[in-house]
Design a protein around this ligand. Structure first.
Ligand SMILES: Nc1ncnc2c1ncn2[C@@H]1O[C@H](COP(=O)(O)OP(=O)(O)OP(=O)(O)O)[C@@H](O)[C@H]1O
Length: 653
């Protein structure tokens, strides 16, 4: 057997071979699949539920392939390409495209869930890569169906370490030069990204074993190996990478011990791994070919967090589905959310909650936790916007003793480790600094966390629920949020309606009068029809939090008697002045209306009005507003929250 050096792996196949493949596929499309080339609809796109069945088995590989997809997208996005990852059924399970053109991609069938099979679409690149298991470009009129004929698509199959086909990576564009040769370079890029994903998958699969990176040339072994070989604990070859398989090298040697194949013993290979970094010269015995190997040692298996509880495997008692139903109330959108939440819980998927501030995202996340198999374990909530940027890392990831000046003597377990076995709720995820986004992504992919100052990873198992009032897709487009983290978090998104959109406002009002009345007076507090009418007509920019505050204040003012219009604040009445002097409101507003002694606004003739006026005068710029009022930004934010003032920039997401 020869170590093939004449054709470097990844070279572009001869065009005539493509022509023959494409021709055969066109014939099949006519004669076997009996397709109509003139049919005008775009490719079928699966429903979210059907797509889930295709994505779930690919979850782990999709995470690994993401890096390769993003690198590829970065190289070709400006030329108008999208990148698709499909499974072996031709279903696009992952997608990256410029969000500005989402509508166009979707119309062209270049979209998550689109089906690219020969049976349905006739000749197309993804179908051919899947069928023929080789890289191919299908350009313009080579596509069988007319609506696909403006596309150019280059697709490359990806294989698992055991040689099974795993996926297809594709780059497609809607506009490209007529000359097919314009796509050669793109096909090369797709090949190298596919190879990158394949290799990363190989390394991941054998992370607890010795892996040899082999190259014919010593200088290249570190930068561009020809292939990889994984060894088991006894030094037998367990698997070889696809690149070696394509070169026809070492295929027959799988299962043999390393010393039967190379002129090195397993002990020497393991020793080279210990003293890492130095290439080991080896001879491939069957052909006498000289090569070099860099040996990656097995990665230590992470230890479980010592004091952490294990996940609640068999649930203790029935799950509290009622918690979700109670929070959903009688609103159809919320009920759909609750149903979807029940379907995706305990499936290992991250869940993203979107909704305006105060719309009940944290309350919904808590109810999801109660309804999950993890309910006996901790629910840990972290507000990413409330923690100073410098503290987020230690707060989330924890630290070892002495990790930094000021660290506690015994170190600290971070919030992620605290949530082990339970649910981690990351509120305002859009405010997480970019460096932390990268670390979080690693935690999600590796399922382990490494505290600051430590080298020992701790295994973590959490249900992640994130929340945001911001448009993360827009933040991705602006380069403020990592695309890969966005896709990771975005697999299940539930949109919580604003209070003004909820069909069950009346029920919510009654429930709060009941619950908070119980707390304040030991009984439900009544409400007059006039007051109820005002509450139902108001548009609640601060959502349920604002409603709760308004009702608590009104109940306090009414002394436990029925809540009447005069106990409701001015804004609920319309634009009129407050019915009570602000000072009285402040003193009666309960815990949530407590104010700071340092607060100069306290003396202003109308605290809320003054603040609103200042914010408007400075176009809702909080820094400017704070400066004009002589207070710090945090105080302005606190006051805005207390008075349920929501910046128009935060509404409507
Ligand atoms: N369905 C509900 N019934 C009663 N009270 C609720 C309900 N949903 C939310 N609340 C209450 O409304 C207030 C705001 O809810 P929550 O903190 O969950 O909102 P949020 O969307 O997470 O807000 P933010 O985005 O500002 O963090 C809380 O006091 C919460 O207990």
């Amino acid at each position: 057997m020869q170590w093939n050096t004449s054709m470097p792996s990844g070279s572009v196949p001869a065009v005539p071979a493509d022509v023959a493949l494409i021709e055969r596929s066109r014939q099949r499309s006519f004669e076997l699949h009996r397709l109509d080339p003139g049919r005008s609809e775009p490719p079928r796109v699966l429903t979210t539920t059907a797509l889930k069945d295709h994505r779930e088995p690919m979850e782990r590989f999709m995470r690994i392939a993401r890096g390769g997809m993003e690198t590829l997208f970065g190289q070709i996005r400006d030329a108008g390409y999208v990148v698709l990852l499909t499974d072996t059924h031709g279903v696009a399970v992952d997608f990256i495209g410029n969000p500005l053109f989402d509508q166009d991609w979707r119309r062209a069938g270049l979209w998550l869930g689109s089906c690219w099979t020969e049976e349905k679409e006739g000749t197309c690149a993804v179908a051919l890569a899947n069928l023929e298991q080789r890289a191919i470009t299908v350009h313009h009129a080579e596509h069988f169906r007319a609506p696909n004929q403006r596309l150019t698509c280059s697709a490359v199959p990806i294989f698992a370490p055991d040689g099974r086909p795993l996926a297809v990576l594709d780059a497609s564009a809607m506009e490209s030069p007529d000359d097919r040769r314009s796509q050669h370079l793109v096909l090369q890029m797709v090949r190298s990204a596919a190879r990158m994903a394949e290799d990363a998958n190989f390394l991941h699969e054998f992370e607890h074993h010795h892996v040899l990176r082999l190259a014919r040339r010593r200088d290249f072994v570190e930068v561009s190996a020809d292939g990889m070989v994984a060894l088991d604990e006894a030094g037998r070859i367990m698997a070889i990478s696809q690149s070696l398989r394509e070169q026809g090298v070492l295929i027959a040697d799988v299962g043999r011990s390393i010393e039967a194949v190379f002129d090195q013993r397993f002990e020497q290979v393991a020793d080279a791994a210990q003293h890492g970094g130095y290439p080991l010269a080896m001879r491939y015995l069957p052909t006498g070919t000289q090569c070099f190997a860099l040996v990656r040692p097995p990665r230590r298996r992470p230890i479980a967090a010592p004091a952490a509880p294990r996940p609640a495997a068999p649930a203790a008692g029935p799950v509290d589905v009622d918690a979700l139903q109670a929070i959903a109330g009688h609103d159809p959108q919320m009920q759909t959310n609750a149903r979807q939440a029940l379907r995706v819980l305990d499936k290992g998927l991250a869940i993203l909650l979107r909704g305006e501030s105060g719309s009940g995202k944290e309350a919904f996340a808590k109810a999801m936790h109660e309804a999950s198999a993890r309910r006996a374990q901790p629910f840990v909530a972290v507000n990413c916007a409330a923690i100073p940027e410098t503290l987020i890392e230690s707060e989330l990831f924890g630290y070892r003793e002495g990790a930094f000046t000021g660290a506690r003597a015994k170190g600290a377990r971070g919030k992620i480790a605290q949530a082990h076995g339970g649910t981690l709720f990351l509120d305002e995820i859009g405010d997480m600094p970019q460096a932390m986004q990268t670390r979080l992504l690693r935690v999600l992919a590796e399922r382990e966390v490494t505290p600051l100052g430590s080298e020992q990873p701790i295994a973590v198992d959490v249900q992640l629920i994130c929340a945001t009032h911001r448009d993360l897709r827009e933040m991705v487009a602006q380069g403020q949020f990592r695309l890969d983290l966005f896709y990771r978090l975005n697999s299940v998104t539930l949109a919580l309606p604003a209070l003004r959109e909820r069909a069950d406002k009346a029920l919510l009002i009654d429930r709060l009068l009941h619950e908070d009345g119980q707390q304040l007076y030991g009984r439900a507090v009544a409400i007059t029809e006039a007051a109820r009418g005002l509450l139902l007509r108001y548009d609640w920019p601060g959502n349920i939090r604002q409603l709760k505050n308004v009702l608590r204040t009104a109940m306090a003012l009414s002394g436990g008697e029925a809540v009447a219009p005069e106990y409701l604040p001015a804004e609920v009445h319309g634009s009129g002045p407050p019915l009570l002097p602000p000072e009285r409101m402040l003193s009666l507003g309960g815990a949530e209306a407590d104010i700071d002694a340092e607060m100069p606004l306290h003396e202003a003739k109308g605290e809320r009005g003054t603040l609103l006026q200042a914010l408007k005068a400075h176009q809702w710029n909080v820094t400017e507003t704070a400066r004009s009022l002589g207070m710090c930004r945090a105080t302005v934010y606190r006051h805005m929250q207390k008075w349920d003032i929501v910046s128009p920039n935060r509404l409507g997401h």
